[in-house]
Design a protein around this ligand. Structure first.
Ligand code: UN1
Length: 511
């Protein structure tokens, strides 16, 4: 089962013009985007980008589909999502392979990403019968008060290359059961993953006689994203990516008083206390730092280790790095695949130079790999550097497999200060068997992140919880728990079933 079989199973075909299309309803006529695999440097396909005119057609399809979709009862919308989840089960290997080949993460992680899609579909199906509001007691006699949630409209989704399919599904599966329709701009670095997903959902919509505008795809770089951020027909923009991008999107959307759901950078740390289980720490830290070649927003970037066990932990982690095999991510013997492109390689190299400039010490040498199997120029060695919490580079999120070791002394509160002492606030973890330390870390005086784990690494969250973070991570929450509420508008209703019209607050107004 190779790449060409996977592309075929996903309905990705070359047209006469040598470009790839994938969607029945939306044709793009803009400049051509090339998808080059970081795995072997080969061109996988070309995709035409969305022009302003194309975008207008997409928005017409979306706004008219919304009128149909919002009238479909929520449990029936859930039934459509259930069928989508079934199709994903059928296509899991093909889509997992494409994710791995187009983005560069290991095949296992590619499959994991599709599994997250399946999981969120299951979650959304259940949710489709649980879009609950509350009832309240009115202060006026013979009055009833309650609140209900209504669909919002067109939801714009801007996603990043590192989770080219799962992040879309977290948004879209919830938005669909909520009665919204979605317009998705996948990363210009992974456009084929977008087309593959669109093909799968388009089939489900067709089989159910539903308009394809319920799920729309647009392609291109940030300029295409701007069509959506500026568009007053889109009440909610969900954007995943860098903090730099998020600040631009947030301001643009806020300027028209739209809502944005932001999922931005992380600078995630694991605190390792004297009571930590070292074996578990090593697995959690190494997977967190090198999984997806350090390109998860939840990747472990900092290890904050107590000085009494510093050398022990350092040696154990360094030893584990010696076992790492770097190479083609489709070969399941390898742990680490390539970075997304050569620009990412440059940023990795610059970060390693900076940590040395600032006085840090490299203890596991990095470097770019060359030669057979590494022709794409995107394969780098996971590196470890010792540094200080306040180093500029340690404060910065570099999307690459670089782990910084930081030392703390005294009580766990000192480690928590270091952990919180960055601009980002996505994921955090503590390794300890000491109940007091763990509870302190989870308390209001503890981690300031959206995710705080005990005896688990920073990455690999389950879909059932709300996913997102504080501070420069943007404050948004996607996926499980009550994250669905952001995809709906809340309405408070008060009904008077008497023949009197008493005013609230006891105000007298006699005519
Ligand atoms: C991301 O990197 O944008 O928690 C999402 C995790 C994954 C999702 C990461 N479930 O690592």
């Amino acid at each position: 089962f190779g790449i060409s079989e996977a592309l075929e199973a996903l309905g990705i075909k070359e047209t006469n013009e040598g470009t790839l299309t994938g969607c029945d309803s939306f044709s793009s006529s803009g400049s051509v985007l090339e998808s080059v695999s970081p795995v072997d440097g080969k061109l996988i396909g070309r995709v035409k980008t969305t022009t302003n005119e194309d975008y207008e057609k997409v928005m017409q399809a979306a706004t008219s589909a919304f009128k149909t979709w919002r009238m479909v009862p929520a449990p029936q919308r859930g039934e459509m999502v259930r069928q989508f989840g079934d199709k994903l089960r059928e296509k899991k290997e093909a889509l997992g392979k494409l994710v791995s080949y187009e983005m560069g993460k290991s095949y296992q992680e590619g499959l994991g990403e599709v599994q997250e899609m399946i999981d969120i579909c299951d979650f959304a199906v259940g949710l489709s019968r649980q879009l609950h509001g509350l009832t309240m007691h009115s202060e006026r006699p013979g009055h009833r008060m309650y609140e209900q949630y209504h669909p919002l409209g067109v939801v714009g989704i801007i996603s990043a290359f590192n989770f080219p399919v799962a992040v879309w599904s977290w948004n879209t599966a919830l938005a669909w059961v909520c009665g919204d329709v979605c317009v998705w701009k996948p990363s210009e670095k992974t456009p084929l993953c977008g087309i593959a997903c669109q093909n799968i959902i388009a089939k489900v919509l067709k089989e159910n006689n539903l308009p394809e505008g319920i799920s729309c795809l647009i392609n291109g770089d940030y300029k295409v994203g701007e069509f959506m951020t500026k568009d007053t027909r889109i009440p909610l923009i969900s954007a995943t990516g860098s903090t730099r991008m998020g600040k631009i999107v947030a301001q643009e959307v806020a300027g028209r008083l739209g809502k944005s759901l932001l999922e931005l950078g992380g600078n995630n740390a694991i605190i390792v206390t004297p009571d930590a289980d070292i074996k578990m720490t090593v697995i959690g830290a190494v997977f967190g730092a090198v999984g997806t070649a350090g390109q998860r927003c939840t990747s472990t970037r900092r290890l904050i280790i107590h000085d009494s066990i510093y050398d022990k932990v350092k040696n154990a982690v360094v030893d584990a790095y010696r076992q790492l095999r770097i190479g083609n991510p489709l070969d399941e013997n390898n742990h680490v695949g390539p970075l997304i492109d050569t620009d990412a390689v440059k940023m990795y190299q610059q970060a390693l130079e900076k940590v040395v400039e600032e006085g840090g010490k490299i203890i596991v040498e990095g470097g770019v790999l060359s030669g057979e199997g590494y022709e794409s120029g995107c394969y780098v060695k996971p590196a470890i550097a010792e540094g200080k919490p306040e180093f500029k580079i340690v404060q910065h999120e570099t999307f690459a497999p670089i782990l910084y070791l930081l030392k703390y002394s005294g009580g766990v509160e000192n480690a928590i200060d270091i952990q919180n002492g960055v601009a980002q606030g996505l994921s955090s973890a503590i390794m300890t068997n000491n109940l007091r330390e763990a509870e302190r870390f989870l308390s209001h005086a503890g981690s300031d992140c959206g995710i705080a784990n005990v005896n688990i690494g920073t990455s690999g969250a389950e879909i059932g919880g709300a996913f997102g973070g504080e501070k420069e991570t943007g404050g948004g929450r996607e996926s499980g728990s009550d994250a669905w509420k952001v995809y709906m508008r809340r309405q408070t209703n008060t009904i008077n079933y008497t023949t009197e019209l008493p005013l609230a607050q006891g105000i007298k107004f006699d005519l």
